[in-house]
Design a protein around this ligand. Structure first.
Ligand code: CDP
Length: 231
């Protein structure tokens, strides 16, 4: 039977979607999909194949996406820490705005939601948490729980800067802030599947929250709407 326990999480860069997804998956025994990592994996692959990222060859990009998706190599690429480098960040929104690439990725994400893979420890997943920009609006419009996670650009830039420094990359706060604002703007204003809060999404602003507080707010809502049993 197709899975209907789906939690859709959307929001801008660095708002805390990934952290919340991880905590929810651990708590409920759900499989998690970070859809940004798919677009990042395609971008990284193109950079490594020395494509001109300032003038993307559409035909090449579409064929590559289809191949990475069909062979499931996309998940391998998505494990490469370089998908989070500043170089990948710079180009990912240009790749993600290509409609044909989104169509291929849409199928991939819907399949994940309706038939989530087993958990790393072999247990069957009880549902799916899917995070991105268009999950509640385009990918899973019927998800019973939708969150839009946000925070001030300054908070998001400080968090991102810390991640870069922890990874050993050098970066300045001003550069990171500018890059986050530019990427949000590109994601919000693109023609196909822009970043948008679904009408029925619950907004959580994480600017003043600890990770635990955000998790507790989300958990309360999920417990009211989904009836997950714990073994
Ligand atoms: O980690 P962060 O919040 O910075 O971004 P991400 O979720 O890894 O997404 C990286 C980029 O992929 C976004 O800026 C979007 O351009 C694109 N993306 C998208 O277009 N649609 C999604 N569902 C997820 C990500």
């Amino acid at each position: 039977m197709a899975n209907t326990n789906i939690i859709a999480i959307d929001g801008p860069a660095g708002a805390g979607k990934g952290t919340l997804t991880k905590k929810l998956c651990e708590h409920y025994g759900f499989a998690g999909l970070d859809t940004g990592s798919l677009y990042r994996a395609i971008t990284l692959c193109m950079i490594e194949m020395e494509q001109n990222m300032d003038d993307i060859n559409l035909e090449f990009a579409i064929a590559l996406t289809q191949k990475l998706s069909d062979t499931h190599k996309i998940l391998e690429y998505a494990k490469n820490p370089k998908i989070r480098s500043q170089l990948t960040n710079k180009y990912v929104a240009s790749v993600a705005k290509i409609p044909e690439i989104r169509t291929i990725m849409r199928k991939y994400q819907i399949d994940f939601g309706t038939n989530p893979p087993d958990l790393p420890d072999g247990r069957k997943a009880k549902g799916a948490v899917i995070e991105g920009r268009d999950i509640g609006t385009v990918i899973c419009p019927n998800a019973p729980v939708k969150f839009f996670i946000t925070a001030s650009p300054e908070t998001r830039a400080s968090r991102r800067l810390k991640e870069y420094l922890d990874q050993g990359e050098s970066a300045s706060y001003q550069e990171v802030l500018a890059s986050i604002i530019a990427r949000d703007e590109a994601d919000r204003t693109r023609a196909t599947s822009p970043m948008k809060q679904a009408d029925d999404a619950i907004v959580i602003n994480t600017s003043e929250n600890s990770k635990e507080q955000t998790f507790e707010v989300a958990k309360k809502i999920i417990d009211e709407r989904l009836h997950i049993t714990f073994d």
